[in-house]
Design a protein around this ligand. Sequence first.
Ligand code: LLP
Length: 441
Amino acid sequence: MHQSDLSKLSLFPLTNEADSRGHLYIGGCDCIELAKKFGTPLYVFDEVTLRSKCQEFQTEFTKRYSNTLIIYASKAFLNRALAIIFKEEGLGLDVVSGGELSVAQSVDFPPENVYFHGNNKTADELKQALDWEIGRIVVDNFDEMELLNSLAREMGVRQSILLRLTPGVDPHTHRHTTTGILDSKFGFPLATGQAETAVAKAMSAPNLNLVGLHFHLGSPIPDTSSYQIAISLVLNFAREMKTKHDFHFAEFSPGGGLAVKYTVGSQTPSIADYAEAITTKVTSLATELDLTCPKLIIEPGRAIVAQAGVALYTVGSIKEIPGVRKYICVDGGMGDNIRPALYEARYEVLVANKVSDDESTNVTIAGKYCESGDILARDVSLAPVSVGDIIAIPVSGAYSIPMSSNYNMVPRPAIVMVKDGKARLIRRRESYKDLIKLDRI
Ligand code: LLP
């Protein structure tokens, strides 16, 4: 058994290995055996990688800025097994719906470390959060502020909130995932004066306790300079609000969004680079502006789960159009990973039972769904592939499963967590029965 130095393998979870037959191992488990035992498509999560990313975020931030709380952005992928791991690792959670909130509740996540985001939280969702004595609600707009204040009044509580601001900074990522520019559905814009009105209103709302400010620029963000620009705008704003409204800036969140390496050639900041850029900017500006250093809330999603997850598929058919293209058709696709179709996201691909073979053929990995756009990876180099081979796609842990669908009435995949040579099912595969269980005739 050897840990390969093939650069493609470096995208896989930290525990990746290959044996003498060329089988890929994750968490001490043979991926070919996992595919046989649990079926495909199968999502494999590596517990060691998951915990090590949590710890890396905590260490890199707290050694530079001790008053930091890392909260995992659940939307990247949450289920009960993961929520328990985050709780054990001492992270908080960012949730955006009553559903994500209920997963946190189901594992007795400490409510004080849960932050509730979203641009259109319903009254029921807000009540659910207030009932649970959630730590913070990140208020996104004036209607929500009014609704929350009146719900809190009815329940006789004073809810701590942050305000989500739109600083007007473009982080140069996909337009679908850009959120911090002026023309965005999220947050109170700085540029229009609405952010200031929001501070004044929140401070005079009797059942709200304004403790801080938040922004999220978008995702994935490939460099740290846009964070620094936005931090400067928001801290200057906090200073102005202190002078004008006696605002006490106790908490500050620059959101999440750190990019990850999906492909061998891509360049992304490390967690340490990201921590350095954010903490130095906050520390130096707070001093310069005579602000007490606020508690820092960091909201990584993708950067915690992406590398920990691997998708396994079985090759079912191969179509070669001479001189045009060779399609390798697998048993999953846009139903379990919509990202290539939605964002033109790129992934690397490996034949999990031929890890050591020369990657001499150029192929396109197609899914099984009835759309020509259902392509998981276009023009990738692979070892010669045959029907029955197992295809592994690394960096599949973020935003695949949570954005999955039952398009074409295809059941969603099973998910296993691997560690020390053992695999445990953390979500069973959907059955045909599951697909019709909500129907009424
Ligand atoms: N905080 C807030 C307020 C967010 O809206 C998000 C992501 C995050 C934190 C976490 O961002 P991350 O660290 O995971 O990049 N479906 C898209 C990504 C949408 C991100 C939405 N918000 C994708 O598949 O790329």
